[in-house]
Design a protein around this ligand. Structure first.
Ligand code: ADP
Length: 479
C-alpha cells in the first residue's frame, strides 16, 4: 500500500512541535505493516540544505506566483518529496513566523501551494507513482483534500488534527486566488464564518478524520473543545477516529540514554537517585521531598497559570519543583518570581533544552501536566517510560494514557499516575498531595513507577490502527 503524507514539518528535518514527531515517526512504524509512505513537505531553507543528491521529479512553470520543482530525496530513512518554491519558502524565520515572530502574511498562499502540489501528485504528476491513500496533517496540508475533491479524484483522503485550536482561517478575499471552482466557495466547501477555513475545508472533504486520542475525538464534539468546529465535527462523527500517538522508544530509552547521569530499568530503579542528584545540582535544590518536574510550553492551554498560582502552597507542603519551559511572558515571570521566593525548593530553566528534558524525566519523581485541553500529549508518555510518575488533568490524551491511582486501581496494581479534574487551584493541590502520600510509601511508589514503565507507548499499536483505517477506506473505494 502506498500512502502520500502531506505536512508542514517532519522530524528530524524541521520541527516546531509534536506534529513533526508524529509525521517523522509514522512512516517507519507503518513500514512494518507493509505501508510505504512518501511525505511531501515545503522546501524551507533549512530543509533544502539537508538534501543530498535530490532528483527533480516534477516542475511547475507557475505555482502561486513563481516557478516550483518537486525534489525526491531520502533523509534519515524518510522518503521525501520536497516542494522547492523559492518565492514561498526560501526566507529566514520558522516555518510559520518571520524573524520578528509574526505570522508570514502570505501563509495562506504558502500552504495552499503545498496542498495544490500534493493534489497534483495524487492526480499522477509523478510518472509511475499513484498513492492509494492521501493522509494530510493539520490546517497547513488540509486544502489538499479540497483540491482533490474538486479535481474529481477518487483517492481516499485522511485528515489528522493535532490541535483544533489552529484552524488556518483567512479572509474571503483570498478565495479567487486559490484556483478552486466557484462552487467551492459555499458552506459545503471552504467557506467558514464568512472567510476561508483551511482546516474546515479539509474536514469537509475528508473520507476520514482522525485526531490523536479517543477522548479528544469526543471532546471536540462540544463547544468548549470544538472551538467553533463542533457542528462540523458532529456532522461527520461517523468518519471520526481517535488514535493515540506513540513515542520513539529508541530515542526515549532509560536503559540507554546518553543524557542521563545513570541509565536504569524497572529492575534497577535505585539508579534513578544519581539522576535526581544531578538534577538537584543543576537546579540548586535541597535534597528532600517529592521532586516534581515541569517540561512544557508555559501557556494557558497547559494550565501553567494555575500551577504558577499554586507553587507557594505546594512548597509550603514540602514539594520541590524543577521547571523547564518557555512561553507566555506573564506565566514565565510568575515561575521565575516563585523560584526567587523559594531558593532550594524551585528551580527554573527557560528556553528549549532537549538533553535536560531527558535528565528531568530520568531523575524527577513525578511530572505534572495540568492541561486545560490536550489532544494527545507526549511528556506523560516519556514520564511513564522513565518511571517519572505523571500527575495529569483528566482530559484528551492524558485521560487515555494514564490510569489514576484510585483505591481500586492501586489494589489491582494497575495504576500508573494521578489524574484530577477539573483544573483549579484546590484540585491541583489535592492531586499533588495524593502523589506525596503515595511517595511516602516507597513500595507503593515503586509499584506505580514499574506499572508505568510496563505501559506500551510504542508506535506499533497506533500504526496498526492507521493501517486498519486505510484498509477500511480502500475497501469502500475500489480503484
Ligand atoms: P505540545 O506539542 O502541545 O507542546 P506535547 O506534550 O505533545 O505538547 O509535546 C511537547 C514536546 O516538546 C515534548 O517532546 C516535550 O518533551 C518537549 N518540550 C516542551 N518544552 C520543552 C523545553 N522547554 N525543552 C525541551 N523540550 C521541551
Amino acid at each position: 500500500m502506498q500512502v502520500l503524507s502531506v505536512a508542514s514539518e517532519i522530524y528530524p528535518l524541521v520541527k516546531t512541535g509534536g506534529l513533526a514527531d508524529v509525521v517523522g515517526a509514522l512512516p517507519a512504524a507503518l513500514a512494518a505493516k507493509d505501508v510505504a509512505t512518501r511525505t511531501i513537505i515545503p522546501g524551507y531553507r533549512a530543509v533544502l540544505a539537508q538534501l543530498k543528491k535530490p532528483q527533480t521529479v516534477h516542475a511547475w512553470k507557475s505555482l502561486f506566483g513563481g516557478e516550483a520543482r518537486l525534489l525526491a530525496a531520502k533523509v534519515a530513512g524518510l522518503d521525501l518529496l520536497v516542494l522547492d518554491a523559492r518565492h514561498l519558502f526560501d526566507r529566514p524565520g520558522t516555518p510559520y513566523l518571520d524573524e520578528m515572530g509574526h505570522d508570514f502574511p502570505d501563509n495562506w498562499r504558502r500552504f495552499a501551494a503545498l496542498s495544490r502540489a500534493a493534489a497534483d501528485i495524487a492526480g499522477g504528476a509523478i510518472a509511475g507513482y499513484a498513492p492509494d491513500i492521501v493522509h494530510v496533517h493539520d490546517w497547513q496540508a488540509a486544502l489538499t483534500l479540497a483540491y482533490m475533491r474538486y479535481d474529481g479524484l477518487s483517492v481516499p483522503g485522511v485528515i489528522t488534527i493535532h490541535n483544533l485550536a489552529f484552524q488556518g482561517q483567512f479572509g474571503s478575499d483570498i478565495f479567487p486566488m486559490l484556483g478552486l471552482p466557484p462552487q467551492a466557495a459555499g458552506i459545503d466547501g471552504v467557506e467558514y464564518y464568512g472567510g476561508v477555513g483551511f482546516l474546515k475545508a479539509g474536514m469537509t472533504a475528508a473520507s476520514a478524520i482522525t485526531t490523536v486520542s479517543p477522548t479528544y475525538a469526543q471532546e471536540i464534539r462540544t463547544p468548549t473543545f470544538g472551538m467553533g468546529l463542533e457542528g462540523l465535527v458532529n456532522g461527520r462523527v461517523d468518519v471520526l477516529h481517535g488514535i493515540v500517538n506513540g513515542v520513539d522508544t529508541e530515542h526515549w530509552n532509560p536503559a540507554a540514554d546518553e543524557h542521563l547521569a545513570a541509565s536504569f530499568t524497572a529492575a534497577t530503579l535505585a539508579r534513578r537517585e544519581k539522576n535526581r542528584a544531578a538534577l538537584e545540582e543543576r537546579f540548586g535544590l535541597s535534597p528532600d521531598g517529592l521532586l516534581v518536574a515541569v517540561i512544557s510550553r508555559l501557556t494557558w492551554q497547559k494550565g501553567m497559570d494555575v500551577l504558577a498560582g499554586a507553587l507557594d502552597a505546594l512548597v509550603g507542603r514540602g514539594v520541590r519543583f524543577c521547571v523547564l519551559g518557555s512561553g507566555e511572558a506573564m506565566i514565565e515571570s510568575a515561575f521565575l518570581a516563585a523560584a526567587g521566593r523559594h531558593p532550594g525548593r524551585i528551580g527554573v530553566a527557560t528556553g528549549y533544552n532537549e538533553p535536560l528534558s531527558h535528565l528531568m524525566q530520568g531523575g524527577a519523581d513525578a511530572i505534572i501536566i495540568p492541561s486545560r485541553f490536550e489532544p494527545c500529549g507526549l511528556t506523560q508518555l516519556y514520564g511513564l517510560r522513565y518511571g517519572c510518575v505523571p500527575i495529569v488533568t483528566r482530559t484528551g490524551g492524558l485521560a487515555d494514557t494514564i490510569i489514576d491511582a484510585n483505591d481500586a486501581a492501586v489494589a489491582a496494581g494497575v495504576a500508573t499516575g494521578i489524574q484530577f479534574s477539573p483544573l483549579a487551584h484546590d484540585t491541583l493541590i489535592d492531586a499533588v498531595a495524593r502523589a506525596q502520600a503515595l511517595f511516602r510509601e516507597p513500595r507503593e511508589w515503586a509499584r506505580l513507577q514499574k506499572q508505568g514503565m510496563k505501559s506500551d507507548v510504542s508506535w506499533d499499536r497506533s500504526a496498526a490502527q492507521y493501517r486498519a483505517l486505510y484498509d477500511h477506506l480502500l475497501a469502500g473505494h475500489p480503484r
